[in-house]
Write a protein that binds this ligand. Structure first.
Ligand code: TXA
Ligand code: MG
Length: 327
């Protein structure tokens, strides 16, 4: 078991030390604009195997490969399909992952043997500096134990993966707070996961898109299982009528300032001004806080499904399904 060192990302020497750990085949958790990633050198199969071990993640679930610069992505995937250029120009660097035919030196364990690879150029300056300093692309899933709520602060990573990773680079809270949107550049292109870029914004570039969130029993993006993002506390999505029974300790995850707040043991408000983008940034940290309180259950109020609201409701539905499986 490695001893985990937490380093501040505001000192450039720490980014260099973390890059050295990656070059030597170690694991580094690092901030991106979406959530913290658990990174290894994407060209080093043994290092990448360590990610699956640390997370307890099934080997059949492929990882996203992160590059520092949009131009580098073409070394690892084929971007010839016409929408690729449009999407990269408009949304990279940023919270959009593109699934394209694979090329080049990525270790097969990264793509779980698929002929496609998921590539993303993150916008976070620490992530980009780390990839550049490491000299190779970084394979990274979200830095949580498999199936749990994703980390948006270094402390969330330490709680879940302390003792399982070499370094946690602390770059403060993540600005977007939801994982990247995943688009497969098949013909026609398909949305595999709603996320940090609203699907409407992508549709404004490509026209209406199919949402292929699963194909029968086998999800196209395996992290799209119903039970992903589970809290340990049972969670239900319910409107204003749902209030605690006498003696019940219930946490409320509210979108805007709620009615009857006094009836709940704890209340988290995602956005006082009703802004879905702000709500997205606060979602996972609010879930982590409520989940630590040992409550009987959590009630989440629905969020309007426009813009990032679609991804918020996607995560809450999966969380609701998963939290029931864990109990
Ligand atoms: O924002 C994000 O995307 C974060 C940060 C760290 O970049 N990463 C992240 O990774 O959310 P992860 O492993 O938690 O989710 C990656 C998703 C999984 O659902 C996986 O199945 C899917 O991407 N995926 C990866 N490669 C794929 C491929 N070739 N085809 C289809 N889905 C793929
Ligand atoms: Mg994940």
């Amino acid at each position: 078991m490695p001893e985990t060192t937490v380093l501040s990302a505001s000192d450039p020497r720490n980014i260099e030390s973390a890059a050295q750990v990656l070059r030597e085949g170690g694991l580094v958790a690092f901030p991106t604009e979406t959530v913290y990633g658990l990174g290894a050198d994407a060209t080093n199969a043994t290092a990448v195997a360590g990610i699956f071990e640390a997370k307890g993640r099934p080997r059949l679930d492929p990882l996203i490969v992160h590059v520092a610069d949009p131009r580098e992505a073409a070394r690892f995937g084929s971007f010839r399909a016409q929408p690729a250029g449009l999407l990269m120009e408009r949304f990279w660097p940023g919270p959009l992952t593109l699934v394209v035919p694979r090329l080049g030196a990525i270790a097969p364990i990264v793509t779980a043997g698929l002929e496609t690879v998921a590539l993303r150029c993150p916008a976070h300056p620490v992530a980009r500096a780390l990839i550049r300093a490491a000299g190779n692309p970084i394979a990274a899933p979200s830095a949580n134990r498999f199936g749990s709520v994703s980390p948006t602060e270094a402390e969330h990573v330490r709680e879940q993966l302390g003792g399982r990773v070499d370094v946690i680079l602390d770059g403060g809270p993540c600005g977007v707070g939801l994982e990247s949107t995943i688009v497969a550049l098949t013909d026609p292109p398909r949305v595999l996961r709603a996320g940090g870029i609203a699907v409407e914004d992508i549709e404004a570039v490509l026209g209406p898109l199919e949402r292929a969130l699963s194909a029968g029993d086998r999800p196209l993006a395996p992290g799209q299982r119903a039970g992903h993002y589970a809290t340990y506390t049972p969670l239900d999505i319910a409107g204003d009528g749902e209030v605690p029974a006498p003696g019940e300790r219930v946490g409320l995850l509210a979108f805007v300032p709620p009615e009857q707040a006094e009836r709940f043991a704890a209340v988290e408000i995602l956005s006082r001004r009703g802004d879905v983008r702000e709500a997205a940034a606060n979602l996972f940290s609010a879930l982590h806080r409520l989940d630590r309180l040992g409550l009987d259950r959590i009630v989440a109020r629905p969020v309007p499904e426009t813009g990032l609201g679609e991804a918020i409701m996607d995560r809450l539905r999966r969380c609701a399904a998963g939290s029931r499986q864990l109990c």
